[in-house]
Design a binder for this molecule. Sequence first.
Ligand code: C2E
Ligand code: CA
Ligand code: CA
Length: 651
Amino acid sequence: MKDLAPKKLESDEEILILKRQLERQKSARKQAESILEEKSYELYQANQSLQELIAQLDKRVDERTQELTAAKNLSDKAAQDLEKSNKRFELVLAASEAGLWEINCETLEVRCSERLANMFHLPLKEVAEQLSNLSIFVGETRSEVKARLNKAMASETTVNLECEIAVGTGAARWFKLNARTHFDTNGKALWLAGAFIDINERVEIAVSAQHMATHDNLTNIANRALFNKKMEEALEASLRSSEVFSVIILDLNAFKEVNDEHGHQAGDQLLRHVANNILSVVKNTDTVARLGGDEFAIILRGIKTAAYVQAICEQIIHRCGKKITCNEAQVGTYISMGVATYPNDGATTSELIRNADLAMYHAKKNKISESAFHVFSHELVANIQQARAMRLAIKEGIEKQDFILHYQPKYNVETNRILGVEALIRWPRADGSYTPPDEFIPHAEEGGLINELSEWIINEGCKQAARWFRQGLEIPVAINLSPLQFTEQNLPDIFYDALRRNNLPGRMIGVEITENCVIEDLHRANHQLSMLRALGLEVSIDDFGTGYSSLSYLHQLPIQVIKIDRSFIGQVTDNPESATIADAIIKLSHSLGATVVAEGVETEEQLAWLKERKCEAAQGYYFSPALPPAKIPTLASVTFQASSKNSRQAG
Ligand code: C2E
Ligand code: CA
Ligand code: CA
């Protein structure tokens, strides 16, 4: 609005214009004022909103700040919790002694924890490398681990496996391996993570427990349980591959004596000696077991020839037979072995064992004071069956009183008169012949029937001597005793009872024992013989010269008569060696104060030879065979006439 100052009024028109201008100006101003007024209000209003907004914002900020503070506090706590939990986790890991590892399923790269490296005694890098190519796993474990890990990477299975690992110390140790794979949402395997735990100690304990359950404590060889298992294995292998295998049963011959004489420590040492020596002979694939006591068993696998098995047996005998020193004493043993071979000698393990056992008994029976082995044969079974039948028959014979005694006279070579008789048992057959005593006495001994039989012989012998005695005939009867009978505790009682029952003086009875009877236990023999002597019985050593013929024991025992075995007498006139032995026995007997009876005298020349050497008595077919008792009194009443041979036919 320029030039609004009042000017000098020129005209009405001018005034009018001016007025109009003024009017317009007024209105404009009014308008402006109104706009301003309007705008101010708007502004006010806007300001008002703004203020509100700011207040809201402030409030929001406050709220947010509060929220954030709360959130921050929360996250601090979470962090603390996490840390705590991590610490706990680490503690658990430390306590569990687990070593951690993971495999990237794509690259197969392995990462592992420091602890794992320590556990394996290897540098970290090497552990990772060896885990990656699985070379850290020993032997059979490796393929199993590989298969299980592959499976775990393909599915959500957990690996849980015991495995053997070659640790850096050079030894192999047992670990438990756990692992599981992490998959993404699409099912793609990302990584496989797991842990190793050292379980070596536990495995070792388990292994040693297993060892104890399957091995003999004393010798550390297999026990019966493991032996049975190995037999089954051998049989299965043979069924698959037609492999031939042998089983050997081995038994020590007089192990009890070793224990009794040298103590159990020596016995134990001897058992270990035997076990070790068998082990030294057989192959790794064979089995050596102690079945109990002094009984061992061996399984020989992959047999090609019978000669091989025999060679093994011979070596075992050779090595086991060597003496060992225990408490400064030399201790040794004889062994008996029986062999049975699959498939010829048995189709089942029990049959094979039974047959090897039979063969062993056969070996032992033949040679008790010598080591021996016997190979099973079906003939052996036949013999055993025969023996069993024989034992049954003997038992029945005793019950039915089928046995009888015959009596063979002994002559005084100077007077040619009977000085006594020897009772010899006879078992009549249906056809009138006799089963020879040599054929059934051993069976009676083995079958445990000898005591029963001997008791009958003693009673019968006493009864007969008493009959003669009552007739006024003093014919002493000598009774043969088997070694088994001789060791019987109540033997003197049996004689005492028999003498008393028959009212017979002891001098009318004699006993004939072999060297086998006394040699095993001199002390006991001495005791037994002294008791018999106290009853008045005469004691003869039978078959002298065939056994140990040891001079050392003879003078320690109360022996009155020595009988020279007929094997020497039969040859005295034509074999200088036999003559020398017989001569020596006569001299020895005389020096001990014993009288001599020559057995098996068959010729006049033999008798002449004996007479010349002052042998007191003779017995044999030259004089008379064993005769039924009824024939004896006649012979006893006369002097033997060399020309009259009737007596020879009499039996
Ligand atoms: P032994 O005790 O040596 O008995 C002597 C054996 O020689 C008897 O055989 C007898 O008949 C036989 N003999 C006798 N004179 C001669 C001879 O001039 N030449 C030959 N070649 N032989 C002769 P036997 O009766 O067969 O008895 C054999 C063995 O059986 C006996 O040998 C004895 O060991 C045992 N024995 C016999 N009877 C009994 C017995 O009652 N109890 C026991 N435990 N064993 C007996
Ligand atoms: Ca005899
Ligand atoms: Ca004899």
